[in-house]
Design a protein around this ligand. Structure first.
Ligand code: 48H
Length: 261
């Protein structure tokens, strides 16, 4: 192999580059238009749509990796399905797929997931990974941001270190935390909403209902993806992702309408 001469850069300069750039970016997102909690297919899709329309958006993901359930499709078999008309989103993202039967499309999950992540980042959404939702900011009965902490903090027993979280403010928050509906549950803890819990499997009903129920569930809080099923007690759809992508798109449309007011 031919030798390669890398540029002369010190260890301290590498550290400075990381600290400086993180601090600048983090500071600029302490206040944003929209905070999305959850980086699965619905959250990524909402982030891509919002950022591509010039909305200042930050996406918070508790894991190191983005994508949620979109990496695997179903049953550890890394093939994902969407039903018509959601193949239009695969077209938009440039994801190859095949029509398996009428109106049912199959794609490679890692390929689709990485295209969606790249599209969201390319559109300009900022990502905070390894950061978990701790609470909501509530001003005058309006969700006005989130309280967050490093995910690693939750692994430290409280007796060893009590590490306070910080707040990020926004005009709107989107709950895209999947089955957990973590943001909605923060309202439930205070008696402000009653989640109905996810319904049983019924694919034919489920996807239409999920997209139709994407809404501002509480002032300042829009819900999307599987969090919609959990919040409103809708049937689940199993390993098919059309409603996740289209509900993310719908959440972005609702957010844009609200931001115009
Ligand atoms: C920060 C958090 C927190 C938190 C969770 O589960 P997801 O893929 O969610 P969706 O709704 O975009 O897609 C659901 C889909 O993957 C699925 O499970 C389907 C279609 N199931 C159907 C069925 O019948 O079972 O992604 C949610 C993301 C994950 O990356 C979590 O790590 C993250 O949200 N998250 N991030 N703080 N408190 N809670």
């Amino acid at each position: 192999m031919r030798s390669v001469e890398f540029s002369h850069v010190s260890e301290s300069q590498i550290t400075r580059a990381i600290v400086d750039e993180f601090a600048k970016e983090f500071e600029s997102y302490v206040e944003s238009d929209v905070i999305i909690v959850g980086g699965g297919p619905s959250g990524l899709m909402a982030g891509k749509e919002l950022a591509s329309k010039g909305v200042k958006v930050v996406l918070i993901e508790r894991n190191n990796y983005l994508g949620g359930g979109f990496w695997l499709g179903g049953f550890l078999m890394k093939k994902l399905t969407v039903r018509a008309p959601a193949e239009s989103i695969l077209d938009e993202l440039g994801v190859p797929y095949k029509e398996y039967s009428k109106g049912l499309y199959v794609a490679d999950a890692p390929h689709a997931c990485s295209k969606l992540i790249a599209a969201t980042c390319d559109a300009g959404a900022k990502i905070l990974n390894m950061v978990s939702l701790d609470d909501v900011v509530l001003h005058n009965e309006q969700v006005s941001g989130v309280v967050v902490n490093w995910t690693a903090v939750s692994a430290i027993p409280h007796e060893i270190a009590a590490i306070d979280p910080v707040s990020l403010e926004s005009k709107l928050v989107i709950d895209a935390t999947g089955h957990d509906a973590s943001v909605v549950k923060k309202l439930e803890e205070r008696g402000l909403f009653k989640t109905r819990g996810q319904g049983a499997m019924w694919v034919e009903k489920s996807e239409n209902l999920v997209v139709a129920h994407v809404s501002e569930l509480y002032p300042g809080l829009i819900v999307t993806g599987m969090a919609v099923s959990t919040a409103y007690g809708l049937p689940r759809m199993g390993p098919t992702f059309g409603a996740m992508l289209l509900s993310g798109k719908r959440a972005a449309e609702i957010a844009i309408e609200k931001l115009k007011l």
